[in-house]
Design a binder for this molecule. Structure first.
Ligand code: E4P
Length: 215
């Protein structure tokens, strides 16, 4: 499973990329808004330079023609830019048109298998089912990922399942177990994935032994 970082913070992205495990980036308007004093276009260009893989960029347009203009503009920023589009009728119509033009798309705010199916039918490159926000309302986000993976495999749909709205390290593991193609993970959760108390304890024991033997 590929790992993306869910962030618009240049420092976080640079640090995570330096670990050698990042395959792409997702941003959204809320994440962009946290980055005070920097224009979105500047942040987007910088991120696209820092990462080889796909970088999802989301705009504000909600109407088909405006979405088309926004998608074309984002895709001209960098080769690895992906236009992130909300799951609406206008959004799906836009995906159909842009995918015919070779522009990569990520259909976001997906909360049902039927929504994912529609996005895939239109030719979306990625669909982003939101795990955490479904869990928040007492439904299972992981069950949704499992359903979408099964449907896409059964019908040979090429759209990639990008597990989003990840709230803890267990969401990452569960996404991998049910076959998501990638998960987009906030920086702090990526950082926590490295940790285990027995790793720390084991390092302390081996370090002590190494020093006793070699000093
Ligand atoms: C996905 O691409 C979104 O940017 C993100 O995962 C949303 O996560 P949230 O529900 O924690 O805001």
């Amino acid at each position: 499973m590929k790992l993306f970082i869910d962030s618009a913070n240049i420092g976080e992205i640079r640090e995570a990329v330096s670990w050698g495990i990042i395959d792409g980036v997702t941003t959204n308007p809320s994440l962009m808004a946290k980055e005070k004093g920097l224009a979105m276009e500047k942040i987007a260009k910088e991120i696209c330079k820092m990462v080889k893989g796909p970088v999802s960029l989301e705009g504000g347009a909600m109407e088909h023609e405006a979405m088309l203009r926004e998608g074309r503009a984002f895709s001209s920023l960098a080769k690895n830019a992906v236009f992130k589009i909300p799951m609406t009728i206008d959004g799906v119509r836009t995906v159909k048109k842009l995918s015919a033009e070779g522009i990569k798309t990520n259909v976001t705010l997906v909360f049902s298998a039927n929504q994912a199916l529609l996005a895939a039918k239109a030719g979306a490159t990625f669909v982003s089912p939101f795990i955490g926000r479904l869990d928040d309302i007492g439904r299972s986000g992981i069950d949704l990922i499992r359903e979408i993976v099964l449907i896409f495999r059964a019908h040979d749909l090429k759209t990639k399942v990008l597990a989003a709205s990840i709230r803890d390290t267990d969401h990452v593991k569960q996404s991998a177990l049910v076959g998501a193609d990638m998960a987009t993970v906030p920086f702090q959760i990526l950082r926590k994935m490295f940790d285990h108390e027995l790793t720390d304890k084991g390092i302390a024991i081996f370090q002590k032994a190494w020093k006793e033997k070699n000093q």
